[in-house]
Design a protein. Structure first.
Length: 253
């Protein structure tokens, strides 16, 4: 029986997204949720999903909003206003300008904030939006030190082999920044059947002004929310004998 982890990222980014993720967990197929503990709506989001989702991880964020650590301690990560540089600013740079020690400081601060909000350690840890080797190196170092599970299936084949969890194909967006999720699942069915456990990552949510102003993922969020709660997906999972699991139980089922 093929196993599939359905992960929802960005809990806490805004209240609108929080409500959409809650729906995708309570009425849909999402099995894991990643909390952005530095964002103002993080506590609101966790309170929504606390009883509905048994696997909540930390979606580490160094490209949106305020840091948890004091800006003076992480100057390579923040602008003159003390806010994180945006993902667009970071990804357009020719060189990775993030400082390793400063990334470690902020990562530990976000882990601590996560524990303050949830009362527990994160079930997994991953990174949000940017392709910074220094950031990933820092996440690896901190998660190893604190014995946390670092999820990075799309970027490290060795990680997939070690954990027996494999990512699916990268999404291909149309001119509106959307895609057909049912076609995506059909296209990846053979891969799911061939792998011990697969993971699909989504960004469900409802739109609010914060998302419209600060995120490149807009209309894709309600689209994915509707799909994850759809009868089509429920039937497809059942017809193809797919077992929905999370990071905590995928090895024991």
């Amino acid at each position: 029986m093929p196993k599939l982890i359905l992960r929802a990222d960005d809990l806490g980014i805004s209240e609108g997204v929080n409500y959409g993720i809650y729906k995708a967990v309570s009425d849909g197929a999402i099995s894991c949720v990643g909390l952005m503990s530095n964002m103002p709506a993080a506590e609101h989001g966790y309170k929504l999903v606390e009883k509905a989702c048994t696997c909540v991880g930390l979606h580490l964020n160094i490209c949106l909003g305020n840091p948890v650590a004091a800006p003076a301690k992480i100057p390579s990560l923040v602008n003159e206003a003390g806010l994180f540089y945006t993902s667009r600013e970071i990804n357009q740079r020719k060189n990775d300008t993030a400082d390793l020690a400063e990334c470690v400081i902020e990562i530990k601060a976000q882990i601590h904030r996560f524990e303050q909000i949830t009362g527990k350690k994160p079930d997994y840890v991953d990174g949000h939006a940017i392709m910074s080797p220094t950031f990933f190196q820092a996440i690896k170092a901190v998660t190893e030190e604190q014995h946390l599970f670092f999820s990075m299936p799309s970027f490290d084949k060795k990680w997939g082999n070690d954990n027996e969890i494999y990512g699916l194909d990268f999404l291909s967006f149309n001119e509106k920044g959307l895609y057909n999720p049912s076609e995506y699942f059909e296209r990846n069915l053979a891969k799911m059947n061939a792998q011990c456990c697969s993971i699909a990552v989504f960004h469900p949510g409802f739109l609010d002004q914060f998302i419209l102003d600060h995120s490149s993922y807009t209309f894709i969020r309600p689209m994915e929310c509707e799909f994850l709660c759809s009868e089509w997906l429920e039937n497809w999972i059942d017809q193809n004998n797919i077992k929905i699991v999370d990071f905590n139980n995928y090895k024991g089922i």
